[in-house]
Each structure stands twice: as structure tokens, then as C-alpha cells.
Design a protein around this ligand. Structure first.
Ligand code: GLC
Length: 734
């Protein structure tokens, strides 16, 4: 019987990878199969990776060295580039930038010998006090999903494994190992899972990381409905599901039979606790469970095929790991600067009706720069999502130490000085610096200057949620703050001619002092070139084009859960029974962020999608053209009516028929750069899926909808038009 031999290149790469994986599986011993589906244990990597899966040399299966890479490779003393945090990349609303960031981080990972990055966090901002908000991509599922998909596409241009994490509803750090997110199916599908669905289908991560918490009573890494029914079943995810690191898996059979394909960090001996007294489950315990038939052999084989398929598709079976090289620091700095410039959001710019920014070099004689360690550094977040600074810490921590969960309390700082960058912009000017610790000195310096620029920092970290969104003080953040930042802003604003506040923040900030500031900028955690990027924006060498990826509330009472959650008991290492789950009902449903403000007819301090420019844009000529496919073509004319070039993020929202009972939703956007005076006809096709609702399956409801196009979710000056939706079932879903 002749069989067609697929000539390499004739068969699509995915089918070729599948065929090669299936063939290789047949050559593996049982021990080799088990070895491939668990980590080798903490600190087992020969090159300092956070996770290490031993390969099978005789079959050409490489070791896997995982490294955290949220904003760049999380490894010390290798000159890895600390890029702006993901919340800042999301604020750029530019998928092309996210692609470049993903590619750049993959280049640095591969240069340093790592073939797997753990950077793709997309848990939505239900709770802005979540300490990991800076690692994620904001409150909207479409923005988050599309931006991670773009980052993954950039990553996938190199032979480096990429992840989407933490699947799912890991939306706070308090009780992260035992939190039980209780959510109804429609909200689960239309909101919390949607960014993962978009990222998985459009970005092709090789793995998805299941999270520590539980969803509707089952830990995510033992949750068959999430992992097998939805991710692998309905979405046909071809990759593998790896656990988060320790305490995510608590039972071999439950986890394996739910569809988990890899345990991290794993160990070389399940039969005794690991170095931290923690149990592991996918080495000898898995082998015995398969031998006893408690986990089918087919399940183990599927774990292995998924891993092999991922390695083939990523090119890792055919592209040997190059020798470890050195980071191209100049390339890293250039990527970091470009990303920071595009992520900064101008929130307010008003000096009694006239803009105070950009600063006018030709007229400015003196500037008082105050606070935020702006003389030496910019701040960054804590935990696995940060990148260690290059060289020594530019800022000494006030009270070094760790919290009860051993997470360091000290912020990370990068030696990029906003003060130096501002001085370079105004070489003939008098630019003073006051640390902020001596409030009177700061006030005096401001009173004597043409403009005061106050830097305010907010440290957030993994394994810690904020108690408040107010700027931290020497009381609320003793490790990183020497004074009351709010009091300083108030005191300076009372005496300064004009005051600009620059935030370096990981999440939303409440600002009772906002009316007293003439201008407010958020730079997020701007990375190793943050100081320069901030100065570029302040002096107008770059026109700000960032837009908020999450709502900034007036105060915490506006949040879905207005009171910060209380920490419960940690699941103690070696505990005999799984830790007791702590219920977190997500009763607010879809009413999170701008959806909540829209439904409650309230206004946030600064809205999702908000951001100012140094020029002005107008919208006209909205046309909404439904297609036979169910897609909708939306077109409009955008004009730059100001005197300088700039980029606008034209956002498209839909209000579904009122009978559906849902708040408005983002259904698309276009970031458009226009020269002064330029007008452009912009057209974009919105997929039918963007009008979908979940009722046991996806469908578009019939009825009269509205489509709005404008510069933020608040809709000032937005165009609006009617769209008659025709009922239709959509692909996907049960
Ligand atoms: C951490 C985080 C996860 C990270 C992993 C390895 O606990 O939850 O995001 O990738 O462990 O550091």
C-alpha cells in the first residue's frame, strides 16, 4: 500500500508538527513520558530558570527552561532589559507595539539560553487594588485579549514557548491559593474567559497556565469544565496546560483527569515533600496512577503529545538552542524608550483654561522637580512580574523585609532619572530637586519656580493587594515612602504657580487633590528608559497617545467590591487535606469598570479609554454597514484639527438591544496617527462575535443596537448610530 509521503512544506506546519509528535510518542518509554510532564523541582535548572523540564536527549527532545518575562527576562546580572510593565503596554492600545515587545523579550530570552517565557498575564481588573494589576492588560476583555495575542505573535517569531496566564479569575492576590471565584456562566464566558479565548485563538500560546484559585468550587488546575470542556474542547486549544508554581495542584488524579498536562515546579521525588515542605503530584504519583488505571494511559500520552507538538510548532525540535550570548543593551534601551513613550497617558492638562503642557523651553526659566526619587530612578512592581534592575539598586529601601508570604516589601527601581532628563531638555534653565521629605523646602522651591513637577509613586506587588488606591504614604508603605505624598501635593499646589503631577503607578490611583493640579500624567512603571520618556512627553518631543486601560475611580466605594478583602489562612505546606476555599461571589456580573459606570450612570475620575493629546481630533461621517456574514463595517472620518501631529485611539463601543440587559462594550478600535490638519476616512470591520452573548452557546441577539465611536468610553463628542441586529447563532460554544 503506497502512502503519500508528505514532502516538508506541502503539509501545513501544524499538521506536520502533529504527525511528528505522534510518531515520536511511540518511541518514548513510560518513564520518559512521565519525566516530560513535570518540573524537575525548585532551582533544578542549570541556567537559573524558574521552571525546568528535563528533555530526552536520545530522542532530541530539549530541556525546557522557563523564565518569568512579564516585562522582560526576570534574571539578575545579565543586563536583561526592564521594559514598561504590561499595564503600560495596554495603555498604548497599539497591537503593533505589543508585537514588538513580545518579539524583543523572546530575543532576550533566547540570547540568555531560555526557551520559554512566562509573561502573558491577562487577568482582568475587576479589583484595581489587585497587587498584580501592573502585570496585566486592564479591565476590558477585547483590549486585553488582542494585546496579548499581538505580544504572542511577536514571541512566536522566535523558537520560544509562550504562555497565557492565569487561567482563570485570578483577579486578586488576597487568599490567592484558596479564593473561590463564584461566577455565573454568562459572565464567565462574556467577560473573564474572553481575553483568554481571543489570545488562545489569535495568539497561539504554546501553553496556558492554570491559576491557584478556584472557580465555582473547583481549583482551576483541577477544573475539568474550564480546562477540558472549554479550553481544549470548545476552543480546540492544541497546546498544553501547565500549573502555576506550587499549591496549584493538590491531587494527581483530579488534576490529570481534569486536563492538566504539566506540574510546576514539580520534583524528582513525589514521595517526600520538596525543599519548602510542599507536596508534588506528577512524578512517581502520576506513574503509579497510570499503572493503576486511575489516570488513563491515553491521558498521559495526550499530555506528552501536547508538549511535543508545542516544541515542534515553536521550532524547538529543529532549532538547537544557541550558545548563551550577551544582551544587546542599546536595542533593549531603544525598545524600552519607544514603549514607554507610547504608554504614557496625559490625564489632565489645564491651567485656567490654557494647557500647561507641553512645557515651553523658549519661555521656561525655572522648574522645581519634587519627590518620587526622580533624581535617580523610576519605580517598578514586585514579584515574579518584575525585571531585576541592571546594576545596583539606585534607591535604598527604608525598611527591607518581607511580608508574611515572604514577598519583599521593597520596590524595584531603575536608574533612569527624570530629573536628569528634564535638565537635559532645559540646559540653560534652573532646575532644582527636592526629595519631598522636607515639605517646606519643596514648597519653597515650587513657589520660586515657573512650574513645579511632583513625582508620585505607588508600589504594588504579587502576593499583596493594596488596602487603598490613595497614593501611599510613610504610614501605608513604610518600606518605600518617607512622607505623605498627598499632603506634599496639596502643600506644593497651594504655593506653586503651576503644578504638574507625574504618577509612576501600577494600577488606578484616587486623587482628591486632582482639582489642584494643572496637569496629571501617568507613566505606569515606565521601565529602564522611563525618565527620558517622561521628559519627552512633558516637553512635547513626543505627543502623548496613551489611553487608560482601566477606570480610575473617584474613591473605592465605586468598586464592584468596595471593601478590600481580608486575608484568610495560608494553605500550610504538607497539609493533609486541601485548604478550605474562601468564597468570593462575583455578584456584580458584568458590571465592572466602565461597564459599571455606564450601567449605574456614574462618572469615574478618569474613564477607561481616556487620554489627552497636544492636538485635537474630531469625528464625523459615521457609517455602519452590516455585512451578510454578520460582521459590521464601521467607518468614519477622523480629523486632526490642531497644530501638531498626533495619534488618536478611535474607540468603538456597542450598546446591545436593551432587552439583552447588558452594559455597553468595546467592540473595536483603531489607533491612527494624523499630521496637523489631516483628515482620514477610517474603516474597520467588527466581527459578528463582538455582538455575541452567551446563552448556553454564542449568538447575536435580534433588535436595535447602537454603535458609538469616540475618544473614550465616556463618549463626549462621540458619533453614534443605530444598528439593527439580526439574530444568528455564532460558531463556538457548547
Ligand atoms: C508565580 C506566579 C506566576 C509565575 C510563576 C513562576 O507564583 O503566579 O505568574 O509565572 O509563579 O514564578
Amino acid at each position: 500500500m503506497s502512502c503519500a509521503v508528505a514532502v516538508a512544506g506541502e503539509v501545513a506546519p501544524a499538521q506536520e508538527a502533529d504527525a511528528r509528535a505522534a510518531a515520536l510518542l511511540q518511541q518514548m518509554t513510560q518513564d520518559e513520558k512521565v519525566q516530560l510532564v513535570h518540573g524537575h523541582g525548585w532551582n533544578s535548572s542549570p541556567i537559573g530558570a524558574i521552571g525546568f523540564v528535563k528533555g530526552v536527549a536520545r530522542l532530541g527532545i530539549p530541556d525546557i527552561n522557563y523564565l518569568d518575562s512579564t516585562a522582560g527576562p526576570h534574571i539578575k546580572d545579565k543586563n536583561a532589559t526592564p521594559l514598561p510593565s504590561p499595564i503600560g503596554i495596554a495603555a498604548s492600545w497599539n497591537p503593533a507595539l505589543a508585537f514588538d515587545v513580545g518579539r524583543h523579550i523572546a530575543i532576550e530570552l533566547r540570547t540568555l539560553g531560555f526557551n520559554a517565557g512566562l509573561g502573558g498575564g491577562i487577568n482582568l481588573t475587576r479589583e484595581p487594588r489587585n497587587g498584580r494589576t501592573f502585570e496585566y492588560l486592564g479591565e476590558d476583555p477585547l483590549l486585553a485579549g488582542k494585546m496579548l495575542a499581538a505580544r504572542l505573535k511577536g514571541n512566536n517569531t522566535l523558537p520560544v514557548l509562550g504562555v497565557a496566564k492565569h487561567f482563570a479569575l485570578n483577579d486578586q492576590e488576597t487568599n490567592r491559593f484558596t479564593a473561590n471565584a463564584i461566577v455565573d456562566e454568562r459572565v464567565l464566558r462574556e467577560y473573564y474567559l474572553l481575553p483568554f479565548e481571543i489570545a488562545v485563538k489569535e495568539g497561539q500560546p504554546t501553553s496556558v497556565m492554570c491559576s491557584y484559585n478556584a472557580v465555582n468550587g473547583e481549583k482551576s488546575c483541577e477544573n475539568r469544565h474550564l480546562v477540558t470542556d472549554i479550553l481544549k474542547g470548545e476552543w480546540a486549544f492544541p497546546g498544553y496546560v501547565q500549573s502555576d508554581w506550587a499549591l496549584a495542584v493538590s491531587d494527581t488524579e483530579r488534576s490529570a483527569n481534569a486536563g492538566i498536562d504539566e506540574e510546576q515546579p514539580g520534583s524528582q521525588n513525589d514521595d517526600k515533600p520538596d525543599a519548602y515542605g510542599l507536596a508534588t503530584f506528577f512524578n512517581q504519583k502520576l506513574g503509579r496512577a497510570v499503572a493503576a488505571g486511575r489516570v488513563p494511559q491515553s491521558r498521559l500520552d495526550d499530555m506528552v503529545v501536547r508538549k511535543l507538538r508545542a516544541l515542534y510548532r515553536a521550532g524547538l525540535m529543529d532549532a538547537p538552542q544557541p550558545a548563551i550570548g550577551s544582551i544587546d543593551v542599546a536595542a533593549g534601551d531603544s525598545m524600552a524608550l519607544r514603549a514607554a513613550q507610547e504608554s504614557i497617558v496625559l490625564l489632565k492638562n489645564d491651567n485656567r483654561g490654557a494647557p500647561v503642557l507641553p512645557l515651553d523651553r523658549s519661555r521656561l526659566k525655572s522648574i522645581a522637580v519634587i519627590g518620587g526619587h526622580a533624581d535617580v530612578a523610576v519605580i517598578s512592581g514586585g514579584g515574579s512580574g518584575q525585571v531585576p534592575p541592571r546594576g545596583a539598586d539606585p534607591v535604598t529601601c527604608r525598611t527591607p523585609g518581607a511580608n508574611a508570604l515572604t514577598i519583599p516589601l521593597c520596590a524595584n527601581w531603575y536608574a533612569s532619572s527624570p530629573l536628569a532628563a528634564i535638565r537635559a531638555k532645559l540646559p540653560a534653565g534652573k532646575v532644582t530637586f527636592s526629595s519631598g521629605e522636607d515639605r517646606q523646602a519643596a514648597v519653597d522651591s515650587a513657589a520660586g519656580a515657573d512650574v513645579a513637577i511632583i513625582f508620585a509613586t505607588q508600589f504594588v506587588s504579587e502576593q499583596m493587594d493594596l488596602k487603598t488606591l490613595a497614593l501611599p504614604s510613610d504610614v501605608t508603605d513604610k518600606a518605600n515612602q518617607a512622607y505623605d505624598q498627598v499632603a506634599l501635593i496639596e502643600a506644593v499646589a497651594a504655593k506653586a504657580k503651576r503644578v504638574v503631577v507625574v504618577l509612576e503607578n501600577g494600577t488606578a490611583v484616587t486623587m482628591p487633590w486632582a482639582p489642584k493640579a494643572n496637569a496629571i500624567v501617568t507613566a505606569w512603571y515606565p521601565g529602564i528608559k522611563g525618565g527620558e520618556a517622561i521628559a519627552d512627553i512633558l516637553f512635547g518631543d513626543v505627543n502623548p497617545s496613551g489611553r487608560l486601560p482601566l477606570s480610575f475611580p473617584n474613591d473605592e466605594s465605586e468598586l464592584a467590591q468596595p471593601t478590600a478583602t481580608r486575608a484568610g489562612p495560608m494553605p500550610m505546606p504538607g497539609a493533609k487535606q486541601p485548604a478550605k476555599l474562601i468564597p468570593y461571589p462575583h455578584d456584580e456580573g458584568l458590571l465592572v469598570g466602565y461597564r459599571r459606570y455606564d450601567a449605574l450612570k456614574r462618572k469615574p475620575l478618569f474613564a477607561f479609554g481616556h487620554g489627552l493629546s497636544y492636538t485635537r481630533f474630531t469625528y464625523s461621517g459615521l457609517k455602519i454597514a452590516p455585512q451578510a456574514s454578520g460582521d459590521v463595517e464601521v467607518s468614519f472620518t477622523l480629523a486632526n484639527t490642531g497644530s501638531r501631529a498626533g495619534a488618536e485611539v478611535a474607540q468603538i463601543y456597542a450598546a446591545l438591544p436593551t432587552a439583552v440587559g447588558e452594559p455597553k462594550r468595546l467592540i473595536g478600535w483603531e489607533k491612527v496617527t494624523l499630521a496637523p490638519g489631516e483628515r482620514r476616512r477610517v474603516s474597520t470591520t467588527v466581527s459578528a462575535a463582538r455582538f455575541g452573548i452567551w446563552q448556553g452557546g454564542w449568538s447575536v441577539p435580534a433588535g436595535s443596537a447602537r454603535v458609538m465611536v469616540g475618544g473614550s468610553s465616556e463618549g463626549q463628542g462621540a458619533l453614534s448610530g443605530k444598528l439593527d441586529l439580526t439574530a444568528r447563532r455564532l460558531p463556538g460554544g457548547a
